[in-house]
Design a protein around this ligand. Structure first.
Ligand SMILES: Nc1nc2c(ncn2[C@@H]2O[C@H](COP(=O)(O)OP(=O)(O)OP(=O)(O)O)[C@@H](O)[C@H]2O)c(=O)[nH]1
Length: 354
């Protein structure tokens, strides 16, 4: 019931993943003890009905209540605990199979036992385990049959039916809980992956590809004159990098992105690349100019712990979707020209197209 997916090479070499595999036997221990313990109840009742010899009792008691702990010790003492646990998982099936002839093929407990054991091999997610488990199970049935002469009495009486219930109920609920946890974890990881795939790692703004998608949608849905684009470029950023180093340069980029996000409202802030940031927002030209001034002033007010003397500024080019026409390319071009004007007019300012 513990899932260990077969991972690609890079993941398999990861120390955390290796540790996860090498400690599998510890996680399986409790589940094996519970499953084998409950699973042995019905066989014991059948042995009682059949008035089986002591050797059969001893074997089933070993399978149900001794083997789970022996399996733990074998894996713990092994040089490769994961391989040892894989052997244990196959040996589980041999043992389960061997109990079937001891019960003279009593139909309900035999089916329950074999099904539960097989379901656990499948849900472990280890490649080929179910296949090896099937062979192990058949070997177990064969060995048990050779010991009992394949005696056959498939009828199941009520006490045996009742003895099957604990494993049926508890095992089914445990497997369902495990699946529930797995689905929840996968959903959360998918959300995180989606977020990471569209986020610029340094600034936390959306990356170019995702920003272009979102801006295209905005452009298609907002009437002309009601959406604005702010294209921002840090002033003399190369000099900042040269004077203070790239790490401080990164701090500046992060801090400026923080200011942009702070004033973005419901707009979409992104990093096109380098020190070039963009904000597409549902706002007319006057509102966009006010947002641009807030960002400009916010950037000017930034101070840095690792470079107290450092002052930075940003130039901003503005374009509304009215001036830009229908395509994102034209809109970006209009904002870029406005940014060029802001730089040419002396930087640290916002400018609209001429
Ligand atoms: N620290 C840091 N620097 C970066 C990063 N990406 C790009 N740069 C640097 O940003 C600088 C961009 O400089 P430019 O935009 O060409 O010029 P500028 O110095 O900002 O001058 P103006 O734009 O004309 O004001 C280059 O030196 C790049 O190496 C980054 O992720 N971190």
């Amino acid at each position: 019931m513990t899932t260990v997916s077969t991972a690609p090479q890079a993941v398999r070499n990861d120390p955390v993943h290796k540790h996860h595999l090498q400690t599998l036997y510890r996680r399986v221990w409790g589940l094996r003890a519970l499953g084998m313990g409950l699973g042995s109840l019905a066989p014991l009742v059948v042995l009682h009905e059949l008035k089986s010899p002591v050797a059969a009792w001893a074997w089933v008691i070993f399978v149900g209540y001794g083997w789970p702990h022996l399996a733990y010790v074998l894996a713990a003492r092994s040089r490769d605990a994961y391989r040892a646990e894989q052997r244990n998982l196959v040996f589980d099936t041999v043992l389960a199979g061997s109990c079937v002839p001891l019960m003279h093929f009593n139909v309900l407990p035999s089916v329950v036992l074999l099904t539960m054991v097989m379901a656990d091999r499948l849900s472990a997610g280890i490649r080929g385990l179910w296949h090896r488990g099937l062979i192990g199970m058949l070997a177990g049935v064969l060995l048990g049959g050779m010991a009992t002469g394949f005696a056959f009495a498939p009828q199941t009486r009520m006490p045996v039916v009742l003895a099957c219930l604990p494993i049926l109920v508890i095992h089914t609920l445990a497997v369902s809980l495990n699946s529930y946890a797995l689905v929840r974890r996968t959903q959360q990881q998918n959300i995180l992956l989606k977020k990471l795939s569209r986020t610029d790692a340094l600034t936390g703004l959306v990356n170019r590809g995702h920003w272009e998608q979102a801006a295209t949608t905005l452009l298609a849905t907002v009437p002309a004159g009601e959406a604005s684009l702010l294209m921002m470029d840090l002033d003399a950023f190369k000099q900042i990098n040269d004077d203070y180093g790239h790490l401080v340069g990164d701090d500046v980029l992060q801090a400026v992105s923080g200011v942009v996000l702070c004033h973005a409202g419901a707009g979409i802030a992104g990093r096109l690349g380098g020190d070039e940031l963009v904000l597409a927002v549902t706002a007319d030209a006057a509102t966009a100019a006010a947002i641009a001034e807030d960002i400009r002033a916010g950037v000017e007010a930034l101070r840095f712990v690792h470079a107290p003397a450092l002052r930075c500024s940003v130039s901003i080019g503005l374009a509304t979707n009215g001036t830009a026409g229908g395509s994102l390319r034209v809109w970006l071009d209009a904002a870029d020209q406005a940014l060029y004007r802001a730089k040419a007019q002396g930087r640290n300012r916002a400018s609209a197209p001429a």
